[in-house]
Design a protein around this ligand. Structure first.
Ligand code: AMO
Ligand code: AMP
Length: 585
C-alpha cells in the first residue's frame, strides 16, 4: 500500500475517490458493530468507518486497535450521512469507508492525550516531546517556523545577501554572557568556545568583500534562562558593507512586512518609529516598551516640589526624581488591591509606592493632604488623570524610578486587559549610550558589544566623558520584546583599539583575544554594520506563544537540561582522559 494523500486534506470534492491513508489512531468508537476511527496525520483528522459488511477482515483488525497505533487504511471517501457532519473540523463533511486495514505499528497508551487542550506539566511534555509535537498547535508552530525561514532566505537572497556558514568551534565572541567551552583533544589544555554570535566572523566576511552576508544560525550563551531566553537559540544574522543605520533598518523593515504579510496577512506600518533610548526610559520605564497601550510615565518632580510631602522632597533633594502613572478607572481599586500593588512595587525594589484615588470628593490616599488644591489640578493636567482614576507615584533615582513604574505599567496593562490581542507594534530604539559602568567589575562595559561604533560627533569625548558617548546601535522591539539588535561597527583599527582600552583591556589582552580582528581591520576593512534578529522570539510572537520554548522543537528546561535525552550527562572516565581533563575542584 502506498499513501495517496493526507488525512486532513479530504473534502467533499473527494467523494467517490479511493484513497490510502496512513496515520495515527486519534480515537476509537465502537457503535454496535460499526467501528469509527479518527485517523490523524500532520494535516488533520478524518473519520474512518469499519463496517463488517464492507470488509470483515478490516473490521476484525480494527477491533484490536488502540490509541496512537500507526495504521494504513484503504477506502472510499463518502459524504457523511445527514446529521452526522462535524462542522468543527475541515474534513467534517466526509468520511472514509474502509476496505482494508494494515497495522504498521502498535503504541503504548500515550502519556497524555494528543490534543491542543492539555493539562500536563511542561516537564512531561518535554520528556515525551515526540508526542507533544504531534499536537496540532505544535505542528503549526513548527510549520510556521519553517515557512518563516523560507521567507527570510528568499527575501534576503533577492536583495543580494549570501548565506555563509561560520564555525561553531571557535574563539570566544563576547556578547555579555558566559561561554560554553569545548575542550580540545589535540591541543591539551586548550578550549574552543561555542559562539555567542557570529559577530566577528561576519565582520571578517565584510573585510573579505562578501558585501552582504546572512545566516540563520545557532548561538550559544551560558546565562540564566527566562521565558524568552535559551542557552542555544537561533539568530537571523546579517551584515552589510558601505551602509548606515538606515540601510540596515530598511532591510529589516522590509523583511518584517514580508513575514507578517505572508504568515499573518497583516501589513506592519513602515517606517517603524524611532525612539531614543532615554525617551523610552522616561516614557515607558524600559528600553523595550510594549507600545500596544498608552499609560505613559510622567515626570512630576517640578510639581511635587511645591508640595509638603517629605518623602518626595527628600528624594528630590538627593538628586532623585518623582515619576507618576495614571491607572484609568483605578479609583475603584480596593484597599487590598492597593496593598498588593505597593507590595509588588517594593518587590521590584521601590522604597514605597504612593497612591491617590481621584474621587468625586477629591484626592484620597496617603499623600493627599500634603498637596494644595491648585497643585493637584496641575498634576492632573500633566498626567491626564481624571475623576475615577488612580495616580501612582514612585520617588527614587531616575533609572530605578522609571524601571519600577515601567514594570508596574506592564503588570497593570496586562491585568486590566489594556493590551489588544493581535496587535503588533514595532519600534527602533536608538541613541543608546556606548558604555555603562559595571559596578561589580569596576570598569566600563559596552552596552551592545565592543565592536559597536560611537557616533561620529561623540568620538572626541570618548576618553574624557565616556558615559556621554552615544552608540551607532539600534534595537528592534515588538510588543515589548527585544527581537533584534545591531550596530554600525568600528571599521578603523585605531578606534577599535581605543574602545578596547576604554573597557579595560590592556594592549596585550586585546591582542590575545581579538588580535585576529584587529589585524583584519588593517587590511582595508570597509565601513560596515548589521543586525541579528532573535528568530525564536520573533516566532514566539508570530505564533502567539508565551514562551520561546513553544516554537523550539527541543528546548531546554529552566535548569538548562533536556528531559528527553537527559543532557547534560556524565561522561566516561576514558573520555575525560582523552581530553586531558580531571573533575573536581
Ligand atoms: P544581541 O546579543 O542583541 O546581538 O542578540 C540579538 C538578538 O538575539 C536574541 N537573543 C536571544 N534569544 C533567545 N535566547 C537568548 N539567550 C538570546 N540572547 C539574545 C534577542 C537579541 O535581540 N552580534 C550581535 C548582533 C549585531 O550586532 O549584529 C548580537 O548577537 O532577540
Ligand atoms: P512613609 O512616610 O515611609 O510611611 O510613606 C508614606 C507613603 O509614601 C506610603 O504610602 C509609602 O508607600 C509612600 N512612599 C514611601 N517612599 C516612597 C517613594 N520613594 N516613592 C513613592 N512613594 C513612597
Amino acid at each position: 500500500m502506498r499513501r495517496s494523500c493526507y488525512c486532513g486534506e479530504l473534502r467533499t470534492e473527494d467523494v467517490g475517490r479511493e484513497v490510502i491513508l496512513m496515520g495515527w489512531v486519534q480515537s476509537l468508537r465502537d457503535h454496535g458493530g460499526v467501528i469509527f476511527v479518527d485517523l490523524r496525520d500532520r494535516e488533520g483528522v478524518v473519520q474512518v468507518v469499519f463496517n463488517p459488511e464492507i470488509s470483515e477482515e478490516a473490521h476484525r483488525l480494527a477491533e484490536e486497535l488502540g490509541d496512537e497505533y500507526v495504521i494504513a487504511v484503504r477506502g472510499r471517501v463518502q459524504r457523511r450521512p445527514p446529521g452526522t457532519e462535524n462542522p468543527r473540523i475541515p474534513t467534517g463533511q466526509v468520511e472514509v469507508l474502509a476496505t482494508e486495514l494494515k497495522v504498521l505499528n502498535r503504541s503504548r497508551p500515550p502519556v497524555f492525550p494528543i490534543e491542543d487542550r492539555l493539562e500536563v506539566s511542561e516537564l512531561v511534555r518535554l520528556r515525551y516531546r515526540y508526542l507533544d509535537l504531534r499536537r496540532p498547535s505544535m505542528f503549526r508552530n513548527m510549520r510556521m517556523r519553517h515557512e518563516a525561514a523560507q521567507i527570510i532566505r528568499r527575501y534576503l537572497s533577492s536583495l543580494g545577501f549570501l548565506e555563509v556558514e561560520t564555525p561553531f568551534l571557535t574563539k570566544s565572541t563576547p556578547e555579555g554572557a558566559r561561554d560554553f567551552l569545548v575542550p580540545s583533544r589535540l591541543s591539551p589544555g586548550t578550549f574552543y568556545a561555542l559562539p555567542q554570535s557570529p559577530q566577528l566572523f561576519k565582520q571578517i566576511l565584510m573585510v573579505a568583500g562578501i558585501d552582504r552576508y546572512f545566516q540563520i544560525v545557532k548561538c550559544f550563551r551560558d546565562e540564566d534562562l527566562r521565558a524568552d531566553r535559551q542557552p542555544e537559540f537561533t539568530q537571523v544574522d546579517l551584515e552589510m558593507s558601505f551602509v548606515t543605520e538606515e540601510d540596515v533598518q530598511e532591510v529589516i523593515e522590509g523583511l518584517m512586512v514580508e513575514l507578517f504579510e505572508e504568515l499573518l496577512g497583516k501589513t506592519p506600518h513602515t517606517p517603524f518609529p524611532r525612539i531614543p533610548y532615554q525617551e523610552a526610559l522616561e516614557r515607558f520605564g524600559t528600553d523595550k516598551p510594549d507600545l500596544r497601550f498608552g499609560m505613559e510615565l510622567k515626570d512630576l518632580g517640578d510639581l511635587v516640589r511645591e508640595s509638603s510631602f517629605e518623602v518626595f522632597l527628600k528624594e528630590l533633594e538627593g538628586g532623585g526624581v518623582v515619576k507618576g502613572l495614571v491607572v484609568e478607572g483605578g479609583a475603584g481599586f480596593s484597599r487590598k488591591e492597593l496593598d498588593e500593588l505597593v507590595r509588588e512595587a517594593m518587590e521590584l525594589g521601590a522604597k514605597g509606592l504612593a497612591w491617590v484615588r481621584i474621587t468625586q470628593d477629591g484626592w484620597q490616599g496617603p499623600p493627599s493632604k500634603y498637596f494644595p488644591e491648585g497643585l493637584k489640578e496641575r498634576i492632573m493636567e500633566r498626567t491626564g488623570a481624571r475623576t475615577g482614576d488612580l495616580l501612582l507615584f514612585v520617588a527614587d533615582r531616575k533609572q530605578k524610578a522609571c524601571e519600577i513604574l515601567g514594570e508596574l505599567r506592564l503588570k497593570l496593562g496586562r491585568r486590566l486587559g489594556l493590551i489588544p490581542e493581535g496587535g503588533y507594534q514595532f519600534a527602533w530604539i536608538v541613541d543608546f549610550p556606548l558604555l555603562e559602568f559595571d559596578e561589580t567589575e569596576g570598569r566600563y562595559v559596552a552596552i551592545h558589544h565592543p565592536f559597536t561604533s560611537p557616533k561620529e560627533e561623540d568620538v572626541e569625548r570618548l576618553e574624557e566623558d565616556p558615559l556621554s558617548v552615544r552608540a551607532r546601535a539600534y534595537d528592534i522591539i515588538l510588543n515589548g520584546h527585544e527581537i533584534g539588535g545591531g550596530s554600525i561597527r568600528n571599521h578603523r583599527p585605531e578606534l577599535q583599539k581605543r574602545i578596547f582600552r576604554l573597557i579595560g583591556f590592556s594592549e596585550r589582552e586585546a591582542h590575545e583575544r581579538f588580535g585576529f580582528l584587529l589585524e583584519a581591520l588593517q587590511y582595508g576593512a570597509p565601513p560596515h554594520g548589521g543586525i541579528a534578529l532573535g528568530f525564536d522570539r520573533l516566532m514566539m510572537i508570530l505564533c502567539g506563544s508565551d514562551t520561546i520554548r513553544e516554537v523550539i522543537p527541543f528546548p531546554k528546561t529552566q535548569k538548562g537540561t533536556c528531559p528527553l535525552t537527559g543532557a547534560p550527562s556524565e561522561v566516561e572516565p576514558r573520555q575525560l582522559k582523552e581530553l586531558h581533563l580531571k573533575l573536581g575542584l
